[in-house]
Design a protein around this ligand. Structure first.
Ligand code: CA
Length: 512
């Protein structure tokens, strides 16, 4: 009996020692964040000191891609480590099957305390994927920027303020109240900078006297591409006024409340007052320029771009401020050294490239996601990782970090071998992309764009618009902006054949 007690105590000692050495995992996640609006990325147009700090003290992934660049499928791929056909979330209207294997449940069962706070955005609320959850509710899972409603197993509650700060407040509260004997997995998932972009009050001002750089491909004429690329509905120049925060002034609305645009309804009177003091002068300027016929053709497109990108960056600034609060808390509570901090977004975004403001395509800007990781002692500060990685790699990476085996059914690869400077291991050479939210040749569906799939390796990209029997092929080394479709180029014939074969193989590998 004495022997059993002693061995039991020894087991408990082992478990507690093990638990202490397993890293905490803090997953910071946003929605639609373009790489060019993060200071640490090459070609960045703005400053994000706190996100950059994660990169400086850890690793910046410059070739991190999605399996399917749209909100719900991206989230499902991250949770399951699998491509869309295998996890069932192929488009934004697909139902989420929460009973399937997800990394967070496994990590929770192994002794971690797990929680998710913020934007869940899957069709079907969480059940036991996380031990605790509190998600943005309403607007089809998008939630509101101002005074959002949250849903948890205890019901709904509305909170006053801006969603970016509220999600951070809740995350910090979760961290402070956690069981300190256990390692934790916390996912803080933000709404910014998703459309309709409403920055927090303290970031509504600024940038009125500066112009942000315009992407080189802003006036792309799509001359080498198939006609449906130019016909897609994601042109900045077609954006509706209200999503650019173009609206009547406070004075006008006070005189006739009926003209108040619905997006101002989610704010209280104090927040609306702040909004008007920031935006009324901009909107009066817009009207003046319109009246003087100074916003025609290209001038109008450029004007819209500046209105769009400034609100986008104001939202990113608000996010960066809050990421800073979280990093400070980790420092102050002595958690930084044993916490793997990850920053990513559900996909990238066209911020004016090809004249667009959207995602969905397999072109680099939306196919890529930002990915930054800090893990003291495991990732060397200032690392730049150029290998091809995908959002399905996060689940196995987190499993491995928490000491768990990675099941064979997972499509992704644990990223840990990339943290070593010695690249003497076999890493994947190509990645599969599949986008299903398009329609048919007769009825193209959302954004008037076709379904497509493709393969990318370290140099080339092949895209198949299979329902239209059309292909595109790009040499990314010589044509990084993907302006020159080489599908009919005789010299590229061998590469194209090779890529077509690989696409078939990858589909067999990843669609089960
Ligand atoms: Ca998104």
């Amino acid at each position: 009996m004495k022997f059993i007690n002693l061995s039991w105590l020894f087991f408990l000692f082992l478990v507690s020692t093990y638990a202490e050495t397993r890293p905490n995992i803090l997953f910071l996640f946003s929605d639609d964040h373009a790489l060019r609006t993060i200071g640490a990325y090459p070609g960045s147009i703005n400053n994000t000191p706190n996100l950059d700090r994660i990169a400086r003290e850890g690793a910046l992934f410059t070739n991190s891609f999605n399996v399917n660049s749209i909100c719900c499928p991206s989230r499902a791929a991250i949770l399951t480590g699998k491509h869309s056909l295998a996890n069932g979330v192929i488009g934004n209207s697909s139902k989420w099957n929460g009973q399937q294997w997800v990394y967070s449940r496994e990590i929770g069962k192994s002794g971690y305390q797990t929680g998710l706070i913020g934007k869940w955005h899957l069709k079907g609320n969480p059940t036991d994927e996380f031990q605790s959850w509190e998600i943005l509710s309403g607007k089809g899972g998008q939630g509101s920027y101002f005074n959002p409603t949250f849903l948890s197993p205890n019901g709904e509650s509305k909170v006053t303020g801006h969603s970016t700060k509220i999600i951070t407040d809740k995350a910090l509260r979760w961290l402070k109240n956690r069981d300190q004997k256990k390692p934790f997995l916390l996912c803080a998932q933000y709404k910014v900078p998703h459309i309709h972009r409403l920055p927090p009050i303290d970031r509504m001002g600024g940038y009125d006297d500066v112009d942000f750089p315009v992407p080189d491909t802003f006036f792309d004429d799509f001359s080498t591409r198939s006609s449906f690329v130019s016909e897609t509905w994601m042109a900045l120049k077609g954006m509706k006024g209200h999503v650019l925060n173009i609206a009547p002034t406070k004075e006008e609305i006070d005189k006739n409340p009926k003209i108040r645009p619905p997006f101002l309804d989610e704010m209280n009177s104090k927040q609306r007052k702040a909004w008007h003091s920031a935006y009324d002068p901009r909107n009066l300027r817009y009207r003046k320029l319109s009246k003087e016929n100074k916003l025609e053709g290209k001038a109008k497109s450029l004007f819209i771009y500046q209105r769009f990108i400034k609100d986008y960056i104001r939202c990113v600034d608000g996010l960066d401020d809050q990421i800073g609060r979280i990093l400070d808390y980790l420092d102050q509570s002595d958690l930084s050294k044993n916490t793997l901090v990850i920053y990513s977004s559900d996909q990238g975004f066209f911020t004016g490239e090809h004249g667009w403001a959207e995602k969905r395509w397999m072109y680099e800007e939306s196919f890529k996601s930002p990915l930054i990781m800090r893990w003291p002692g495991t990732i060397a500060p200032g690392s730049k990782i150029v290998k091809l990685v995908q959002n399905i790699d996060l689940a196995p990476t987190f499993l491995k970090a928490s000491g768990l085996p990675v099941p064979d059914s997972i499509h992704g690869l644990a990223l840990q071998p990339l943290f070593s400077n010695e690249y003497n291991f076999r890493w994947r050479k190509d990645i599969l992309y599949q986008y299903f939210d398009g329609g048919t040749p007769e009825q193209r569906g959302p954004y008037n764009m076709p379904r497509h799939e493709g393969i990318r390796d370290e140099r080339y990209k092949l895209i198949s618009f299979y329902e239209l029997n059309q292909w595109e092929f790009y040499d990314l080394k010589n044509d990084p902006y993907e302006l020159n479709n080489l599908i009919n180029d005789q010299q590229s014939k061998a590469e194209i054949m090779r890529m077509k074969k690989r696409l078939k193989i990858l589909k067999v590998q990843y669609n089960k």
